[in-house]
Design a protein around this ligand. Structure first.
Ligand code: SF4
Length: 304
């Protein structure tokens, strides 16, 4: 029994081999950090902790070359997706974007995809035209950071965009040959289980192509760390996360591809929870629970 639609299996089926995602730092920044929207950023944000590529000062070409070498050696991968990961990778002028994305063209057909992580308020028709232009030769994903559909939460975590900003970006993007992956965080401050599952139902209703779900984690040098140290916020225990995650998956469309269900970060930046690094255990417990309770992705999906 397949309890949820795994990205790795989707890639294996489509390309007939292991596909490795290469995170690259292309030198973009974020309007929520450079003062355009705020200097503070999202309360949980520490890009140094969650993007290993950020510490990379090599050219994009070099980063991709090294990523290919590493993926072949470490994972026996044969195909690759270049992942523009840290900050907001559509935050720049169109010429800059084109120069940076075009670097993938210097590589052979080993590169089968491009994945671009960004904020939903950092996109427009011109940028989407450019991104879509790669879809004749590559599988193209855009990853929108949403985190929650609740404006109260988005305000609290200082996202500086609203749910309607996301919907606008989503509707404009979905008309194109671009796959949409949505980032969601489970366990944000002041969100109840019901609030979290409302986000799941919306993700189901929208039939998003892909989703990344992360448990909230507290990183050093963030606003959330201060709140945590003051005793005003506590992240979920692993069991609580898994319980909500099972229900979350049940509300998604059965075809939505699950890119991630855990989070990565540099160990030296993590404040809590300690269980964050037990990624395999999280996945094992999740599947056990789904099996035991006969819950699977899409079980509670209601359609429009
Ligand atoms: S949008 Fe992303 S990069 Fe910008 S502050 Fe928020 S988490 Fe950090």
């Amino acid at each position: 029994m397949r309890y949820y639609n795994k990205f790795s299996e989707y890639l294996k089926k489509k390309y007939g081999c292991r596909v490795h995602k290469i995170p690259v730092y292309a030198g973009f920044f974020c309007p929520n950090l450079d003062g355009s929207l705020s200097f503070k950023g999202c309360i949980y944000c520490n890009n140094y902790a969650f993007s290993p590529s950020l510490r990379n000062e090599e050219t994009l070409q070099k980063q991709i070359e090294k990523g290919i070498e590493y993926g072949k050696k470490r994972f026996k991968a044969e195909k690759f997706i270049v992942y523009f990961q840290p900050y907001s990778n559509t935050y720049g002028n169109i010429n800059e974007l084109k120069i940076k994305y075009d670097v993938v063209k210097k590589f052979s057909s080993e590169i089968v995809g491009i994945s671009i992580a960004t904020r939903p308020d950092c996109i427009d028709q011109e940028k989407l035209n450019l991104i879509e232009s790669y879809s004749d030769d590559y599988e193209v994903w855009i990853e929108y950071g949403l985190q929650s559909i609740h404006n109260k939460t988005l305000k609290l975590i200082n996202r500086n965009h609203t749910y309607s900003d996301f919907l606008k970006a989503f509707e404009t993007t979905k008309k194109r040959k671009i796959k949409i992956c949505v980032h969601v965080i489970i366990g944000l401050p002041e969100e109840s289980e019901e609030n979290i599952l409302e986000t799941a139902k919306e993700c189901g209703r929208l039939k998003i192509d892909g989703i990344k779900i992360h448990p909230i984690h507290i990183l050093k040098n963030t606003e959330l760390e201060k709140i945590y140290n003051e005793g005003k916020f506590k992240p979920f225990e692993m069991e609580e996360y898994i319980k909500i995650l099972v229900n979350f998956l049940s509300f998604l469309h059965p075809d939505t591809i699950i890119h991630r269900l855990s989070a990565d970060c540099d160990r030296k930046y993590l404040v809590a929870p300690e269980w964050l690094f037990q990624k395999q255990k999280i996945l094992n417990l999740l599947e056990e629970k789904m099996k035991k309770e006969n819950i699977y992705q899409g079980k509670n999906y209601k359609g429009n």
